[in-house]
Design a protein around this ligand. Sequence first.
Ligand code: FE2
Ligand code: FE2
Length: 167
Amino acid sequence: MHEMTRQDLLAAFAGESQAHMRYLAFSRKADKEGKPEIARMFKAITYAEQVHAHNHLKALGGVGDTVKNLETAAAGENFEITEMYPAYDAVAKLQDEKDALRSIHYALEAEKIHYRMYIDAGKDAAQGADHRLKEIYVCPVCGYTHEGECADFCPVCGAKKSVFEKF
Ligand SMILES: [Fe+2]
Ligand SMILES: [Fe+2]
């Protein structure tokens, strides 16, 4: 692929991914405001943006086999843990940005666990196997991710276990 087209698709992938998440948040807000039809419209379009994002990613050759995808995923999490979020955290501290500090801290804590999960799954996938997992719980407040039985409260943000999403 020509470099300029590759850059265009990368930008489009980023833009569509962001539109997907933004419209999802807008849909939830419309629901909370008692406007279910507008919520439904945002939800439908959020799905279309997801389709666009996936198509751009596929055109970029960004979806490999699962062994490769686990490597890509682990490398991304590792970058966030070792460089990106520590640097963002330092800037947010310098600028005394409390909301940013909280959301950066929440993400950084979860990424450490995500990295471990991808590495562990990668070992089995490299042998041609699937990976055995217990139930995975995710905190809807901070994104804390845990495999197996977890404590009654989120260790990162203190939310109750009863609100966790189970996968
Ligand atoms: Fe992550
Ligand atoms: Fe949490």
